[in-house]
Design a binder for this molecule. Structure first.
Ligand SMILES: C[S@@+](CC[C@H](N)C(=O)[O-])C[C@H]1O[C@@H](n2cnc3c(N)ncnc32)[C@H](O)[C@@H]1O
Length: 236
């Protein structure tokens, strides 16, 4: 997630988002951003790769009201790309982001209405499920656009634009899909290295068994449907 202000400011997390912000900053010299993430590793990586005088990175759990209150009324804009589906307590997080914005400040959030990784964790064999300690917190993992609209409104935002539709992504083969899963699957940082290959086979088996993707019988291409949502809202 990224929070931006016209000096000083703040933004939030991940290499892709940091890249987007570096590009934005090239076009806007007066903007200060702070990238935040609850992961120390993610913040260290972002600092090393993208840190500069106009872009800082801080460890911050967006669900933690106490820590977020440090940034009360500080930012003009908050952005978050493909992150919010990982946040367990969306209601509290939105209240915190509302607090961190100045009056008239805007938020642009884009995320998945269903976190596909959580769907996968839920159907895994117990042998693997025991590694995911906060799986219970992920129980509300499926939202409708109306529910999202409701929690933004309850947090005090006025929605300017909300957009959601089913999208499809085509992977050239199953191993590309498994690599993409691996890039965002926290299990790989929890499991000992010698279990990675067996875990990966289990992931593949579950994806096929639950028909989470379509496989083209001729080309072997893998089609994954997903449900992104983008919300642009303002704090009046
Ligand atoms: C899949 S990554 C998002 C990728 C990122 N947007 C990028 O640009 O590369 C999800 C991130 O959300 C972060 N996250 C999850 N819950 C969070 C929270 N409550 N507060 C802050 N960051 C959180 C995780 O630590 C993780 O780095």
């Amino acid at each position: 997630m990224y929070c931006v202000s016209e000096c000083p400011g703040m933004a939030v997390a991940g290499p892709y988002s940091a890249f987007v912000f570096c590009r934005l900053q090239l076009n806007n010299e007066d903007v200060q951003t702070v990238g935040v993430d609850k992961s120390i590793e993610m913040i260290e990586f972002a600092k090393k790769t993208y840190g500069c005088s106009k872009m800082d990175f801080k460890v911050l759990d967006i669900e933690n009201a106490h820590d977020c209150s440090f940034y009360s009324h500080r930012f003009n804009k908050i952005f978050s790309f493909f992150c919010f589906h990982w946040v367990h307590n969306k209601v509290d997080s939105l209240l915190n982001m509302h607090l961190m914005l100045k009056s008239g400040g805007e938020i642009l959030v884009n995320f998945m209405l269903i976190n596909p990784l959580v769907e996968l964790y839920k159907c895994m064999d117990t042998e693997w499920q025991i590694y995911i300690k906060d799986i219970k917190q992920m129980s509300q993992n499926v939202y409708s656009p109306d529910e999202i609209k409701d929690i933004f409104t309850k947090a005090g935002f006025r929605i300017i634009h909300l957009e959601s539709s089913v999208k499809k992504y085509t992977f050239p083969d199953f191993s590309s899909l498994l690599s993409a899963v691996k890039a965002v699957d926290v299990m790989y940082s929890i499991l000992p290295q010698h279990l990675h290959d067996r875990y990966s086979m289990h992931v593949k088996d579950k994806i096929c068994e639950r028909q989470m993707v379509q496989i083209c019988p001729i080309t072997g291409k893998i089609i994954k449907a997903y449900l992104p949502i983008t919300v642009h809202a303002v704090k009046d």
